[in-house]
Ligand binder design. Structure first.
Ligand code: NDP
Ligand code: MG
Length: 386
């Protein structure tokens, strides 16, 4: 029995993780669930899965959760710090970090410091502080298994290999604006940006896919996860999202993982590695998908992809600034405060203005995150609710 702490159980990845638990009740047990504000779903999940504990990050909602779970044997905690604590608990073998944004970093560090196995969906942990997270995980012997589909594909392709990686090729669907003109993108509404052609995901990552900042984040994520320099990481647009990413070796061999786009597989694999379990549903058929196409990304319409490489070259807290600026700019866009192209402008301006720190500590990251969010907030006339 593998005991799971599912951070962000009410989100897109969190809910699909619970599907996996539901499918294999004799293998997985959800012992901790957490949410930010969706307390009603958290309560329903707790009633179904009977975890030892739940955390509601928004403190003001503590009373409602505690009242609703009265009589069930479930401990209720509140606040973001409580998430850091529950991952260290005795009743946890694996931490599934499905939080969104900077908020995922502290629980990631807490999980690796406690030596827990970490199934990592929260790519922002590695974007903000990848070097630090990987170093601490190495020191504590804490395995990190990627959940992000591209990184899971690479991870799966590396099983059994000992030779160095020549190149990583990350595939990108191209998002909803792959074929849109710059003028169309300038007029894009919130609904347009949220209409992803291949994946149904949380709001932030969906908008990040529309700007392709998400793919930039994935380059940074891959750099730290697999210890591969940026010049060996390439992005290729593959609109069908069947080839989930590839690894190239010195002998020119390419290995990839393919299949219908469905996050249940990478989530489940992160929990069962090195084993595999069945997943219900239709199997992929090549004859039904006779055309798999590949093209270069258009860096003029998607400049944030290149910004991610610049940020890696700068090092220090640059990627932390990029993430924070992106978080606030996307929130401002989703609140109707700024236009779609303004997201890119705000991010670029914050990167130029925020304080650069060459060798940041955890505390520096915290301050840098707030500073960059403040600047992005001023530039977009927006203050975050959180
Ligand atoms: P969602 O927005 O759907 O879910 C986020 C979860 O985190 C929710 O449970 C939310 O609670 C909780 N949460 C949000 N903010 C905070 C906070 N400040 N403190 C504590 N909890 C918080 O996101 P996704 O599931 O789409 O994404 C999760 C992560 O996985 C992201 O890093 C994303 O990039 C990555 N990912 C997602 C994929 C997908 O298919 N969705 C694919 C690949 C990667 P509440 O519901 O109460 O607001
Ligand atoms: Mg991905």
């Amino acid at each position: 029995m593998q005991r799971l702490a599912i951070l962000g159980s009410t989100g897109s990845i969190g809910r699909q993780t619970l599907d996996v638990v539901r499918a294999f009740p004799d293998r997985f047990e959800a012992t901790t669930l957490t949410a930010a504000s969706n307390w009603e779903l958290l309560v329903r999940q707790a009633a179904e899965f009977r975890p030892d504990s739940v955390v509601i990050a928004r403190r003001e909602l503590y009373g409602r959760v505690a009242e609703a779970l009265e009589g069930l044997d479930v401990k209720v905690y509140a606040g973001e710090e409580a998430i850091e604590q529950v991952v260290r608990g005795e009743a946890v073998d694996t931490v599934v970090n499905a939080l969104v944004g900077y908020a995922g970093l502290a629980p990631t560090l807490s999980a690796v410091e406690a030596g827990r196995k970490l199934a990592l969906a929260n790519k922002e942990s590695l974007v903000v502080a990848g070097e630090l997270v990987m170093r601490r995980a190495m020191e504590r012997g804490a395995p990190i298994i990627p959940v992000d589909s591209e990184h899971s594909a690479i991870f799966q392709s590396l099983v059994g290999e000992r030779s160095p990686i020549e190149k990583l090729i990350l595939t990108a669907s191209g998002g909803p604006f792959l074929r849109a003109s710059a003028e169309d993108m300038a007029r894009a509404t919130i609904d347009d940006a949220l209409r992803h052609p291949r994946w149904s995901m949380g709001a932030r990552i969906t908008v990040d896919s529309a700007t392709m900042l998400n793919k930039g984040f994935e380059v940074i994520e891959a750099r730290w996860l697999f210890g591969v320099e940026a010049r060996r990481i390439e992005v290729v647009v593959h609109p069908q999202s069947i080839v989930h990413s590839l690894v190239e070796f010195a002998d020119s061999a390419l290995k990839a993982q393919l299949g219908t786009p469905d996050m249940h597989l990478p989530i489940q694999y992160a929990l069962t590695f090195p084993d595999r379990l069945p997943i219900a549903g239709e199997k992929f058929s090549f004859v039904d998908h006779p055309s798999l196409t590949f093209e270069r990304p258009d860096l003029e319409r998607f400049p944030l992809l290149e910004v991610a490489y610049d940020v890696l070259a700068r090092g220090g807290n640059a990627a932390c600034i990029l993430n924070a600026a992106g978080e606030t700019a996307v929130e401002a866009f989703l609140a109707g405060r700024i236009s779609f192209p303004r997201i890119t402008e705000v991010i670029t301006e914050v990167l130029a203005r925020a304080t650069f720190i060459p060798n940041p500590t955890v505390d520096d990251y915290r301050q840098s995150n707030s500073e960059a969010k403040n600047i992005a907030g001023q530039l977009s006339g927006f203050t975050s609710a959180f």
